[in-house]
Design a protein around this ligand. Structure first.
Ligand SMILES: [Zn+2]
Length: 409
C-alpha cells in the first residue's frame, strides 16, 4: 500500500496547528492520469453493457431464455413469480460476470496503483458480494412488482411504478444510514469535544437541529476523505469520514460540517427525491409508449406487455434514458452543492479554511482542480474543486474579511 505523499500522517487527534494545505502539483498530475483512466473505464463498461444487450436481442436469446425457463417448469400459476425472478437473476448475474474484470481493475487495481485504496483483495471481494446481494434483492423486487403491474394495469402501470418507487426511495433514504451503510462501514457518534460542540453551535445559529454527527471508519479501506448528510426523519445525521477527522484541522472540519449542515437547512435530500421522482416519471412515461409500440409488433415474439422476455428491452430503454438525462441530474446536483458551499462560507465566514480544506481534499482524493468543462458538465455531480476554491476566493474578496486569528471562545 502506498500512502498519499501530501497528507499528514494520520493521528488520532485533529491537528489544530497544522499549516494551511496547498495544492500538490505532483498529485494533480496523478489526478489527471487517474481521471483519464477512470473515464475510459466507464466508457468501456457502458459499451460492454450495450453490446451485450444488443447481442441478446439480435440473437433472440431473451426469448430462448424465457422458453427454456418455462420448459423447466418455472412458469407457475396463476402468476409466474419464480420464472420472473429466475429470468431477472440471470441478467443481473450475467452482467456481473461479464463486467467483473472491469470491476476488479476499476475497483481494486487502479485505486491501489494510485495509493487510494487500503483494502485487501478478500475484503474488497466481500464488499462486492454484499453489493451483489443487495442488487439481487432490490433488482428482483423491482422486476416482480413492475411485471405484475404491467399485467394488471397495462395502461397506468408506469404511474403505479413511479408512486411505489417514490415510497421506496423515501423508506430507503430513511434506512440507508442505519441499515445499508453499516454493512460497509462502522459508524460511531462523534465523541464529545470541541468539534461536536462547534457543530451544535452552528446548528443552533441556523435555528435547526441535526440528530447526530457520526464518524465513519473509512480509513480501513481507503485514504480518501468524504462526508455526507444522510437519512430522513429520525435517522437524519451528518456522517464524516475518519480520514477527514484525523487529517484536517478543526477549522477545516468545521467548514466540511457547515457544508453538510447547509444541505440539511436547504432540505436537499427531499429536493433530490423530488427531482429523482420527476426524472423517473418522465422515463417511465416514455418507456411505456415505446413498450406498447414494440409489443404490438407481432414479429418480435413477445407474448404480451407483461412477458418477462421484454426485460432486456426495458433495460435498454431505461439505460438510454438514464444516459441522456444523467447530465440533467448532475447539473441539479452541482447547483445544490454550490449552495451548500455558499452556506458553509456564510456560516463559518472562514474562506481561508474552506480553501485549505478543499486543497487538502483535492490532494487526498486525487480530484482534478479543473477538468475539461464538457466532462464536468456531463459527469460531475459536484462542482470541480478548482471552481469551489474560486467560489471561496470570490466570497473572500466580496467580504474583505477573514475570521480573527485569535482562538474562539
Ligand atoms: Zn454536498
Amino acid at each position: 500500500m502506498t500512502d498519499i505523499a501530501s497528507s499528514p500522517t494520520p493521528t488520532p487527534e485533529a491537528q489544530p496547528s497544522a499549516p494551511a494545505a496547498t495544492i500538490d502539483p505532483a498529485r494533480q498530475a496523478q489526478a489527471k492520469r487517474y481521471a483519464g483512466l477512470r473515464r475510459v473505464l466507464s466508457l468501456v463498461d457502458l459499451a460492454v453493457g450495450a453490446v451485450a444487450l444488443v447481442v441478446v436481442l439480435v440473437l433472440g436469446l431473451h426469448l430462448r431464455l424465457r422458453d427454456a425457463l418455462t420448459s423447466a417448469g418455472l412458469g407457475g400459476q396463476p402468476w409466474p413469480f419464480v420464472l420472473i425472478a429466475a429470468y431477472a437473476a440471470v441478467y443481473i448475474l450475467g452482467y456481473t460476470v461479464l463486467t467483473f474484470p472491469l470491476a476488479i481493475y476499476g475497483g481494486f487495481v487502479l485505486p491501489h496503483r494510485f495509493g487510494l485504496s487500503r483494502q485487501g483483495f478478500g475484503g474488497w471481494l466481500g464488499d462486492q458480494g454484499k453489493g451483489l446481494l443487495l442488487s439481487l434483492l432490490f433488482g428482483l423486487a423491482v422486476v416482480e412488482v413492475m411485471y405484475l403491474l404491467l399485467a394488471k394495469q397495462p395502461l397506468t402501470w408506469w404511474l403505479w411504478v413511479a408512486g411505489i418507487a417514490l415510497i421506496f426511495t423515501v423508506v430507503l433514504a430513511n434506512l440507508a444510514p442505519v441499515l445499508l451503510l453499516p454493512l460497509f462501514y462502522k459508524l460511531t457518534p462523534m465523541p464529545e469535544g470541541e468539534l461536536r460542540d462547534r457543530l451544535l453551535r452552528m446548528a443552533e445559529r441556523a435555528h435547526t437541529q441535526v440528530r447526530g454527527v457520526y464518524v465513519m471508519n473509512m480509513s480501513r479501506k481507503t485514504s480518501e476523505g468524504n462526508a455526507a448528510l444522510m437519512g430522513l426523519g429520525n435517522t437524519r445525521r451528518i456522517v464524516v469520514g475518519d480520514t477527514i477527522v484525523q487529517e484536517y484541522t478543526p477549522d477545516e472540519i468545521e467548514v466540511v460540517l457547515a457544508h453538510e449542515l447547509g444541505h440539511h437547512v436547504h432540505a436537499d435530500i427531499w429536493k433530490g427525491i423530488a427531482v429523482q421522482t420527476a426524472l423517473t416519471l418522465g422515463g417511465l412515461a416514455l418507456v411505456n409508449l415505446a413498450l406498447h409500440a414494440i409489443v404490438a409488433h407481432a414479429g418480435f415474439g413477445f407474448h404480451g406487455l407483461a412477458d418477462i422476455a421484454t426485460l432486456p428491452v426495458l433495460l435498454a430503454l431505461f439505460g438510454i434514458y438514464g444516459f441522456v438525462t444523467g447530465p440533467l441530474g448532475n447539473t441539479y446536483s452541482r447547483i445544490i452543492e454550490r449552495q451548500a458551499d455558499q452556506y458553509a462560507l456564510d456560516m463559518t465566514r472562514d474562506p481561508a479554511s474552506f480553501i485549505s480544506a478543499f486543497n487538502r481534499l483535492a490532494n487526498q482524493n486525487l480530484a482534478q482542480l479543473d477538468p475539461n468543462p464538457i466532462i464536468e458538465a456531463l459527469f460531475y455531480d459536484h462542482p470541480a474543486v478548482g471552481k469551489r476554491i474560486r467560489h471561496a476566493e470570490q466570497w473572500q474578496a466580496a467580504h474583505q474579511t477573514t475570521r480573527p486569528v485569535a482562538p474562539k471562545p
